[in-house]
Design a protein around this ligand. Structure first.
Ligand code: SPV
Ligand code: MN
Length: 621
């Protein structure tokens, strides 16, 4: 390898050469030549290598040790606190068709720009080469990934979140088939945060199976294997016959039933994704990204391509999230990002105890009353502050987390958020209608996001931000996948946020456990349902029994009527919005358009039959 021995120790060189992988060597030579770090370190799966990453994250200032054993804190810069859609582009070669909903840049221009920014960007720094495996080891799901980064926080986070893959690269005997990710945090300020965020870029090069990312450290922008790999995987899956989804994987295990029934679920942010994946008493496989393939007996199987959680810490408290709270407040390896640190302890919003009035946060030294340049009060911790922890540290970790076969998917849940349209839970009529339910997810913005609250955002399969193939093609892949199966999973849609006319939520946060048990029972043919224009909804008697069994709480007919009345006019308004979105897309499958039409027809017929815009559930019996 043509790398200066002064910057690459002989032992590290040997680790690369042992892979006998010309493409790996070529990539390392090329990007070391471009980014010009002062030193290059190669990390294998050996515990002493990964321990070195952890230590270097602290020694180099990317993380600081907290008082509790294994806990560290990291800060991203004040304007590097979330995924940066504005600086993210899919690089498209001439002639490649994309969607209106996807942000693209010309491949040649984009590469020229970002390679220019990366020229010498690692000067004076140490960079690491890392090998990972997306998905369980030695599995037909797994994809190899190579990462080069100059951020030890990024490298350390990836250790927690992803499976080590040096052995997988060895086993692949020089195969050129892998994704690669080149990342630089760029020039750092005194606090170790990326300084030149105006030159932040995240460019996805589908043709090269690579993502280049620079001048950032927030995980959603920097960690190769998270959303960057998801985009490459969606492209790969689109050419093959499987699905790469922004979905959790959880096992529903109702008391006394002696079975685990697996669900995947796609929810846009703030729609209840993590809390559904973590319903007390159930099992978690993953909270963010799932690959789904046809497996044994032509049934759908899924794996979590990650092994850790990069979770929102706001509102994690002993009452609402006892399990996570306990996990992250006891000794184990955890990175807290963008929390408030005071006397070696992490604090966050909604943790269920008063916060100190001063400390260190993502903006530096903070005290109560501090204001930003616009005169707004600076919160003690960021609303998108997070914890990074291995799933195996959770008491409810599913024993099949690392199973190379994955788990069989019995149900798919699409979760939206609206205050006035959808019922809390319904089952789609069939797979194609389920695809429609996923492809028409909308979520209302909340006061927690910037901009106006209550605006509906369209987010097909909660995967809009990561789509790198035309929407029509993506939908066709879902339809075709269902057709290839001997038995399709049941598909459900949830809305935990329905309100009454006075603006009061009609459900409690915990009610989702009842919806889950109903869905689980439907999979096993245990509950009846009422067929409505939009799909199957639960029977009152089943919910009444479930509320009693799960919470010991009464569930009245009035609750049921308020929650499950079909708001036909509101659903029709939604159909208008969806027709408009899909009219602007090319190549949308006819079958999908027919499904939109069919649901509209069913809604209109019901409206005519009942002569009103809102109809009580039992009118459809
Ligand atoms: C999301 O925003 O969907 C996340 C966090 O899971 S991030 O890693 O930033 O994408
Ligand atoms: Mn996500």
């Amino acid at each position: 390898m043509k790398i200066d021995p002064a910057m690459l120790a002989a032992a590290d060189r040997e680790k690369i050469e042992a892979l006998k992988n010309p493409r790996v060597e070529e990539i390392i030579e090329r990007y070391v030549g471009l980014c010009r770090p002062a030193k290059l370190t190669v990390i294998t799966d050996a515990p002493e290598d990964t321990a070195r990453v952890r230590q270097a994250a602290m020694d180099k200032g990317g993380e600081r040790a907290l008082a509790m054993a294994g806990h560290t804190a990291h800060f991203d810069g004040y304007n590097d606190q979330g995924r940066d859609k504005g600086s993210t582009r899919v690089l498209v070669p001439p002639g490649m068709r994309m969607s209106k909903v996807i942000d693209t840049a010309d491949r040649y221009e984009g590469l020229r720009e970002i390679l220019g920014i990366m020229d010498g960007v690692m000067a004076g720094k140490e960079a690491v080469v890392r090998f990972f495996c997306l998905g369980p080891l030695n599995s037909r799901f797994s994809l190899r990934a190579l990462q080069i980064t100059d951020s030890f926080y990024v490298a350390h986070s990836e250790d927690i979140l992803y499976r080590a893959g040096y052995q997988e690269f060895l086993r692949s005997q020089g195969s050129p088939d892998f994704f690669y990710f080149i990342h630089s945090a760029g020039e750092l300020d005194a606090r170790g945060c990326s300084k030149n965020t105006d030159k932040r870029r995240v460019y996805i090069d589908l043709a090269g199976n690579r993502v280049l990312s620079v001048n950032n450290q927030y995980a959603g922008n920097s960690l190769g294997l998270k959303k960057l790999a998801l985009r490459l995987a969606i492209f790969k899956a689109g050419k093959e016959d499987w699905l790469a989804e922004h979905m959790f994987i959880m096992g529903a295990a109702p008391e006394g039933k002696n079975r685990t029934t697996y669900f995947t679920g796609a929810f846009p942010s703030a729609c209840g994704k993590t809390s559904t994946a973590m319903i007390p008493g159930q099992l978690i496989v993953g909270d963010d990204i799932a690959y789904i393939r046809k497996g044994e007996d032509s049934l759908p199987f899924t794996v979590n391509i990650e092994q850790g959680i990069f979770g929102i810490i706001e509102d994690v408290n002993p009452k609402d999230d006892p399990l996570i709270y306990k996990t992250i407040t006891t000794p184990r390896e955890i990175i807290f990002s963008n929390v408030l640190v005071k006397d070696g302890k992490p604090y966050w919003l909604g943790m269920g105890q008063p916060l100190p009035e001063e400390g260190d946060n993502y903006r530096g030294a903070w005290k109560k009353g501090d204001k930003d340049t616009e005169g707004n009060a600076i919160l003690p911790a960021h609303k998108n502050a997070r914890y990074t922890v291995r799933i195996s540290e959770l008491e409810n970790c599913d024993p099949k987390l690392h199973d190379p076969q994955g788990v069989a998917v019995s149900g798919v849940i699409y979760g939206g958020r609206d205050s006035d349209t959808s019922v809390p839970v319904y089952q789609s009529l069939d797979w194609a209608h389920g695809v429609m339910a996923g492809a028409t997810i909308e979520s209302e913005t909340t006061a927690a996001t910037l901009g106006q609250a209550g605006v509906r955002k369209f987010n097909p399969m909660a995967n809009l931000d990561f789509l790198v193939i035309p929407l029509g093609k993506y939908i066709k892949a879902h339809l075709d996948f269902g057709k290839s199966l001997a038995k399709t999973p049941l598909v459900f849609a949830t809305n935990y946020f329905i309100k009454n006319a006075e603006g009061r939520f009609l459900n409690e946060k915990v009610d989702k456990k009842v919806w889950l048990y109903w869905m689980e029972g439907r999979v096993h043919g245990e509950y009846g349902a009422i067929e409505t224009p939009v799909g199957y909804i639960p029977l009152y008697a089943d919910l009444e029994a479930l509320f009693k069994q799960v919470f010991g709480r009464a569930y009245t007919k009035d609750d049921y009527n308020q929650q499950f009345s079909l708001r036909l006019d509101k659903f029709l308004e939604k159909m208008d919005r969806m027709d408009k979105v899909y009219a602007e897309e090319e190549g949308v499958p006819e079958e999908f358009l027919a499904c939109l039409k069919n649901i509209r027809r069913r809604l209109e017929e019901a409206k005519k039959k009942f002569g009103k815009g809102v109809v009580e559930p039992e009118a459809f019996v």
